[in-house]
Design a protein around this ligand. Structure first.
Ligand code: ZN
Length: 367
């Protein structure tokens, strides 16, 4: 790295914190900024490789600034603890590495990026605006030998065509900055973006920050959808209407400013039979957990082997009793039959742990 590049790197990294480092994952291509005490650890997103320091002159991230807003971690420690414990106990024949304390010990706070865009919107719009009104009618009913009149109130909507011009500044409309955003939210639930606060460097203590992998051009389509619903809502309010439908507009966008918001996620992992990390995600606001459940085929085989040994003992006993039946007393045949049935019963259960582990690992259900 030449000294000029090094200086540029240090300049933008120092905005994150003292001695912060840029690192990347060779497996999932995630790019992270992290404090010096967190360097070179296992990738907190995929868990399949150690993070390696990157040369920011060659691999300058899409966006390098610290965030404007942050959604802070607020999941209660006992909620995290109990969700992790429940997950660890939900699996029979779990790999030895899958236990509550290991998962909690490896819990890593990670911030996921979200784009925020400020934009000036100008243009014409048209829509049908709906206004609620009430009508009162009377219904006659024959009850208890009498005609009775009942007043019925009904709300209806009057629709009117409206057109208008719009010129307005919209700030901080959010759009995903990670390709994986929808997948993560599908697993642990949506983030409550309304809990956003202005960013302070102290918010980053102990955390690793995932940098965006989705450029603003891609995120813009999502931001436009969010903007359109904000604009439709504003037009509805301006008309003092109760509903909107058929909203159409021909907008012109100017002065786009892109900044970021960070979203809180905890990640942890356990190692399965093949020493492969299986990731466990916890929502930083709600504590909701998602983890892939992998049973240990090794433990299943061990238990099956123990059952097989017990079965063999029963089998020998059965044969001995049959022999006794021929040589000493015929009563032994009855005992041989009983022990024989037991042998078949015990032997049959040997396949259960194997079947269970196979079933979990093939159709493992996200918990
Ligand atoms: Zn990775």
């Amino acid at each position: 790295m030449n000294s000029e590049a090094k200086r540029v790197e240090e300049k933008w990294l120092s905005a994150w914190g003292e001695n912060w480092v840029l690192e990347g994952c060779a497996n999932c291509n995630g790019i992270f900024v992290l404090p010096p005490e967190k360097v070179s650890q296992r990738c907190p997103i995929c868990g399949q490789a150690a993070l390696a320091e990157m040369n920011p002159a060659d691999n300058r991230p899409i966006y390098t600034q610290p965030p404007e807003l942050v959604v802070r971690f607020r999941a209660q420690e006992n909620a995290l603890r109990s969700n992790v414990a429940k997950f660890a106990r939900s699996l029979w024949l779990a790999p030895t590495d899958l236990n509550e304390n290991t998962l909690l010990g490896r819990l890593q706070p990670v911030y996921l990026p979200m784009w925020l865009v400020d934009v000036q919107v100008q243009g014409e719009w048209q829509a049908e605006m709906g206004f609620d009104y009430e009508i009162v009618s009377h219904r006659e009913q024959y009850r208890q030998n009498n005609w009775q009149t009942e007043r019925v109130k009904e709300t209806r909507v009057r629709w009117e065509q409206r057109v208008g011009r719009l010129n307005r500044q919209y700030d901080n409309r959010a759009a995903p900055a990670l390709e994986e955003q929808a997948e993560v939210e599908g697993k642990i639930g949506r983030f409550q973006l309304q809990e956003q606060k202005p960013f302070h460097p102290g918010d980053l203590t102990g955390a690793i920050v995932h940098l965006p992998n989705r450029p603003p051009e891609d995120a813009w389509n999502d931001a436009r959808v969010v903007l359109q619903s904000s604009v439709a809502q504003d037009c509805c309010e301006a008309c003092e209407a109760d509903h909107t439908r058929g909203f159409k507009w021909s907008p012109h966008f100017a002065n786009q400013q892109w900044t970021q918001m960070l979203l809180p996620l905890y990640t942890s992992y356990y190692l399965d039979d093949d020493n492969r990390a299986q990731m466990v995600l916890l929502h930083g606001q709600t504590g909701q957990l998602h983890g892939v459940r992998r049973a240990s085929m090794k433990r299943a085989r061990r238990i099956a082997a123990i059952i097989a040994v017990v079965t063999a003992v029963f089998l020998v006993l059965t044969l001995a009793l049959i022999l006794l039946g021929y040589t000493v007393t015929e009563e032994a045949f009855a005992w041989a039959g009983l022990v024989g049935v037991l042998t078949v019963g015990v032997g049959g259960t040997a396949v259960l742990p194997l079947l269970y582990a196979w079933y979990v690992n093939t159709f493992q259900s996200p918990k």
